[in-house]
Design a protein around this ligand. Structure first.
Ligand code: CUK
Ligand code: CUA
Ligand code: CA
Length: 636
């Protein structure tokens, strides 16, 4: 493509996307020189190379754990086919599975909420109905995925959750005190996870109890470390500025968080005032020693260290200008800080950080390269061969560049680190390589998670899907091979080789997930796997029933108007993929019961009459007949 054609293409892309917000951002970034570098147009459609096609009956090579953004869930996608395989509800209320309605899920969603939240939710809903899940990450052992857990953040309601990988269900949700808006979330990679690091993006008064409402100088942002095994908070550090994204090294010594609001501003203008913001480096050993040595202050039940200004726990390394993503390379040596409003990525050499904390070198001495890549660098991925792939939000491109050459160029040598630029459609946020966030990066696939799909699909109305694009990076050139639409909103993804993850086919009867129901049944003298019976306990009624395709253990039960009814269903089928459901007409009650699982929900039977319940997970040729009646006798 000629230079003119390329310019035309860029102009048309930007014209179509000329929203106010983007125009503002382009305006701000416009002051920077646009990097040159060999631009490869999208001509490179894969004709040879790897195939993304997975034939019927064949399996994908990778799991992709995709964030559902403000849908509040995690999705599992197969790669390279990009077929959506499953959704895991986390922070959302989900109709098919009853997540947020079953007693089992309500317990998980509420037991670790802050006291003020429990008070706030009273009389509204048993659980929050929304979440904003950006960052799903699988637990590590020795620098690679170990298939134990997936950890996720909720920016909307300041929570962190954990998904058990054996059953692929959320098993812990905690709300973080003192912080607000948990955004960046990453895990300790070595020797294992270890800590879950969670960034409080918003700065607020701490404690946030009505003091210092308008005295912005007293607001603070909070970095939290959570124990991955117990899901209890280990410690927090109060810092200057704010905290956006985070990553950790491969030695278990440091964590790195970007700050775009070193200004401490509360408006857009204020947050963009300075030329330089920073990356905050957390020294885990110094922090642990500080906490053990009594240097922390207890606030809302958590040990909080003061990391403001000069202190032993953190260093503030100046970075231009409102940086966003931070990504550790699989070589364990380099950490990339993506400039966003600056066209650069700043490369930190991890081997220099001990000296930084010993005050032997200055903050900027740990930066060993700062290539200019293009407009709006947000996130960087790696192929394990020394090349990086950085998303350029404003340019709608992925740029491939070489670390060693970027370091040479920084040292004054005349080399261009840029290998290729590839158009993506459109405005990419995160991108991810296969196993690229571990030391086992295999350099086969790159996934570009684009914020706008615009003209790539049939028009479905003013609300458009996002667009995920699969790129073959196994050869010298990046080749775009596949588009797939996604609903709000994959910020982030973790690409896990299938060998790392082997969930169960059917539940184990001693699973702690439904231990409460098992304990209650024991008290009631009910054998969950055999008995179907109604136990009355004052105005509380517990209805136990088995389910074996195509019948519930009870085809009717009778309660009195006003009774608090708990229905406990046990799926006695031990066949792979044989899920039953319980759905009660006109009562808004609906939940999944997986093979060999027990699930329960509680509601008030306040409408006299006959109410059918039925199995709503298709299980048998006689699935339609799998039903019964709840008979509610009117109050006399
Ligand atoms: S953030 Cu969304 S594009 Cu929440 Cu990881 Cu960068
Ligand atoms: Cu049981 Cu459908
Ligand atoms: Ca700023």
């Amino acid at each position: 493509m000629s230079k003119t054609e390329d310019t035309k293409l860029q102009v048309s892309r930007r014209t179509v996307l000329g929203s106010t917000a983007l125009a503002t951002a382009v305006g701000v970034a416009g002051g920077f020189a646009v990097s040159g570098g060999g631009v490869t147009p999208a001509k490179a459609q894969a004709k040879e190379g790897q195939s993304w096609v997975v034939e019927p009956g064949e399996l994908d090579e990778y799991f992709v754990l995709v964030s559902g953004g403000h849908s509040g869930e995690v999705r599992i996608v197969g790669l390279p086919s990009m077929r959506e395989l499953m959704r895991i509800p986390v922070f959302n209320r989900e109709s098919a599975t009853g997540w947020g309605q079953t007693n089992e899920s309500i317990k998980i969603l509420t037991e670790n909420l802050l006291p003020e939240t429990k008070e706030y939710l009273k009389g509204k809903s048993p659980v929050y109905l929304n979440g904003d899940l950006h960052h799903p990450h699988m637990s590590f052992t020795d620098g690679t995925y170990d298939g134990r857990y997936i950890f996720v953040n909720d920016k909307a309601n300041t929570r962190v959750a954990r998904i058990r990988c054996d059953i692929m269900k959320t098993d812990k949700v905690i709300q973080i005190p003192n912080a607000q808006g948990i955004h960046g979330l990453r895990l300790q990679k070595y020797p294992k996870t270890g800590y879950v690091f969670a960034n409080g993006e918003e700065h607020v008064p701490v404690p946030n109890d009505g003091r210092d409402l308008t005295d912005v100088s007293k607001y603070t942002s909070i970095f939290t470390a959570i124990d991955a095994d117990t899901m209890k908070i280990s410690w927090q550090v109060a810092v200057d500025g704010n905290l956006d994204n985070v990553d950790a090294d491969y030695q278990g010594k440091y964590a790195f968080a970007t700050c775009y609001n070193s200004e401490g501003g509360v408006t857009l203008d204020e947050m963009m005032k300075k030329e330089m913001d920073w990356v905050v480096i957390f020294n885990l050993k110094a922090i642990e020693e500080g906490v053990a040595g009594g240097k922390a202050k207890e606030i809302n039940g958590v040990q909080v260290l003061d990391g403001h200004g000069k202190n032993p726990y953190v260093r503030y390394v100046p970075i231009a200008n409102n940086p966003h993503g931070v990504n550790t390379a699989p070589d364990g040596r380099y950490v990339m800080v993506n400039g966003k409003l600056s066209p650069t990525v700043s490369v930190i050499d991890v081997t220099k950080i001990d000296d930084l904390f010993a005050d032997k070198i200055g903050e900027r001495d740990i930066i060993v390269a700062e290539p200019e890549l293009g407009l709006g660098p947000l996130h960087t991925a790696f192929d394990g061969r020394g090349d990086c792939y950085t998303t350029l939000f404003l340019d709608s491109q992925v740029v491939k560049w070489n670390i060693a050459d970027a370091i040479k160029a920084f040292n004054g040598e005349k080399v261009d680190p840029i290998r290729q630029k590839l158009d993506v459609h459109y405005q990419p946020g995160h991108n991810h390589t296969s196993m690229g966030q571990t030391k086992e990066a295999d350099g086969k696939w790159l996934l570009s998670l684009n914020k706008f799909s615009k003209d790539r699909y049939l028009n479905v109305g003013p609300l458009k899907p996002e667009n995920d694009q699969l790129i073959d990076i196994s050869g010298d050139e990046m080749k775009l091979v596949h588009d797939n639409p996604t609903f709000a909103e994959p910020h982030d993804a973790t690409i896990v080789h299938h060998s790392k993850l082997q969930p169960l086919q059917i539940w184990k009867r001693d699973d702690p997930f439904f231990a409460d129901a098992v304990a209650q049944a024991e008290k009631d003298g009910v054998k969950l796997e055999e008995d179907s019976k109604v136990i009355r306990d004052g105005n509380k009624v517990r209805v136990y029933m088995t389910s074996v395709a195509p019948a519930f253990g009870l085809t009717e039960f009778t309660v009195k108007q006003g009774d608090e009814v708990t229905v406990i269903v046990t799926n006695c089928d031990d066949v792979e993929d044989l899920t039953h459901g319980f759905c009660l007409c006109n009562h808004g009650v609906s939940f999944e019961v997986g093979p060999q699982a027990t699930a329960s929900a509680t509601f008030t039977a306040d409408m006299p009459g006959v109410w059918w319940y039925y199995c709503h997970w298709f299980c048998h040729a006689l699935h339609m007949e799998m039903k019964g009646r709840m008979i509610v006798e009117p109050k006399s």
